[in-house]
Design a protein around this ligand. Structure first.
Ligand code: AHR
Length: 526
């Protein structure tokens, strides 16, 4: 039961959890729009795009001479699709790739061809580099989250990269940028200082990483005049990768140091990575599975809540004012690679289960909006739990994409409390909350409600009331499909797409019918 007041709990005592539509008791859900919570930062809807498999090459970059319609080498279909979900920021170039990336290989007329040892050992042509990334961001209207190389780079290399990107005075690097076609300084909203430095980023101890963090934080500067007083670049430190003692020690070390930090270094965010994988190596199939795997994966994904709480509690000890954001900059489902694909390319299908999983995680982030102010799903295109899949000229939007689209109104909206009896869904030895909901008010004062029905077998009818007010009407969309593993393919791209949802009004309350295994978003007129 989420955020249930005592009074509401008494009212709800007699509610039956599993109700088919016809004649069954409706599940009361109450929204208190008069009580404002934290802002749901739009950056929790951020994306992650690594040089991995076809995430960049083919997914974004097809080159100027491609037959695939493009603008300066960047696919037009992908840009249009990403604009529609208002991507707030893109984390790039990795991932593990970032700690072996040398930015100079990817600027100017002659690119250095290297290898990508992390991801299949394939050729990295470096044709998509800094200026192409910034062009791509300009086309989709997103901010840059640049991860600098701590593992095999140097503070000087990273500092020069930021000078190339952001200096407006005529330094040699700024002139080089101008010669490469961009006289104006770029804006860099976020700076990632290393990636998983406890593992692929260099197997560092927390203390060793901390010493690196201080140096990079001090010397890697953003020179853009528009980012000095306002819109300053936020620096994100490497944080935990789980809930085990080694991760709590990591968070403790960084946050304790932050509490007593001197003027000469600073940070604004602590990264956290958590994939829904159940066991390592990833073995769950991304399609062709049944209810058991549906329940197992969703149970596992709910661990995100405990993980956020655990690390938030440590952060609260050293940063009670919540200046430092918890940045979940790698999350999502990680399944076995699709048969026939390159094992190092992390290609998986994206099903209705992933849509439900995405909604559950976004709701967890929204409920912790005071601390979780950024998150980046892994990964944007063709890799892991992607928004988009491409194959040469073909493109298909995934069920996860549609969830991000339906959630656009929640970007920068203000969280408002919602109380309801979640009930339960049981399959075998797994029991999960059956319903999951969040509500928020957008900048125009419009009220939005999201409800996920986790139960793949039972529909639910909910009666939505507004504390101290009446609901006049509501409109919205729901995302569901016949099977838990229904997917969109290049041949059948519309198997899992949002459809209008049926809402009626009775005595100032909304009656909302939720299909089994569905994600529903409605806007409410008061
Ligand atoms: O997203 C794939 C990989 O997962 C990233 O490169 C790394 O940071 C994480 O381990």
């Amino acid at each position: 039961m989420r955020a249930l007041t005592l009074a509401a709990a008494i009212t709800l005592l007699a509610v039956t959890a599993s109700a088919p539509f016809a004649g069954a008791q409706k599940i009361p859900l109450s929204i208190d729009a008069s009580r404002a919570g934290a802002k749901i930062d739009r950056h929790i809807f951020g994306q992650f795009a690594e040089h991995l498999g076809h995430g960049i090459y083919d997914g974004i970059w097809v080159g100027h001479d491609s037959n695939i319609p493009n603008t300066r080498g960047i696919r037009n279909d992908v840009v249009a699709a990403l604009k529609a979900i208002k991507v707030p920021d893109v984390r790039w170039p990795g991932g593990c790739f970032a700690d072996e990336y040398h930015w100079r290989n990817g600027v100017g007329p002659r690119r250095t061809v290297t290898l990508n040892p992390n991801w299949g050992g394939v050729i990295e042509p470096n044709t998509f580099g800094t200026d192409e990334f910034m062009d791509f961001l300009g086309q989709i209207g997103a901010e840059a989250y640049v991860s600098v190389n701590v593992g095999s780079g140097s503070p000087r290399e990273a500092a020069e990269w930021l000078e190339y990107l952001t200096a407006s005075q005529p330094t040699t690097l700024a002139k080089e940028r101008a010669a490469n076609g961009h006289p104006d300084a770029y804006k860099v909203g976020f700076l990632g200082i290393g990636n998983e430095s406890w593992d692929c980023g260099g197997n560092m101890t927390p203390d060793y990483y901390l010493s690196q963090l201080k140096i990079y934080s001090r010397f890697v500067r953003n020179y853009n005049p528009e980012q000095q007083d306002r819109n300053q670049m936020l620096k994100i430190a490497v944080g935990p990768g789980g809930g085990e003692p080694r991760w709590t020690e990591w968070t403790e070390t960084i946050m304790k140091a932050y509490q007593h930090h001197q003027w000469s270094w600073d940070m604004d965010g602590l990264s956290m990575h958590s994939y829904t994988v159940v066991n390592w190596p990833p073995a769950f199939k991304s399609t062709g599975f049944g209810e058991t795997e549906y329940a197992q994966i969703l149970k596992s994904t709910m661990d995100m809540d405990g993980l956020v709480e655990k690390h938030s509690a440590i952060m609260d000890k050293y940063d009670p004012g919540k200046k430092i954001a918890l940045v979940v900059d790698e999350w999502g489902a990680w399944y076995a690679p699709l048969p026939g694909t390159h094992q190092g390319f992390l290609v998986q299908q994206n099903s209705l289960r992933d849509a439900v999983l995405a909604a559950l995680n976004l709701n967890i982030f929204a409920r912790h909006a005071d601390r979780v102010r950024m998150a980046n799903i892994a990964q944007m295109i063709n890799v892991l739990q992607s928004m988009i899949m491409t194959d040469k000229e073909k493109m298909v939007l995934t069920p996860t994409y549609y969830v991000f689209k339906m959630y656009v109104p929640f970007q920068d909206a203000t969280f408002v409390p919602v109380t309801y009896d979640a009930g339960s869904y049981t399959h075998g030895d797994i029991t999960l909350p059956r319903l999951d909901a969040i509500a928020a008010k957008d900048a125009a004062g419009k009220l939005w409600l999201e409800v996920t029905n986790v139960d793949p077998n039972q529909s639910a009818e909910i009666e939505v009331g507004l504390a101290g007010g009446a609901a006049k009407s509501a409109t919205g969309q729901t995302l569901t499909a016949p099977k838990v593993d229904s997917v969109n393919t290049f041949d059948t791209p519309d198997s899992v797409i949002p459809k209008p949802v049926s809402v009626s009004t009775q005595g100032g309350k909304l009656i909302l019918k939720l299909e089994p295994k569905s994600v529903t978003v409605v806007s409410i007129e008061q």
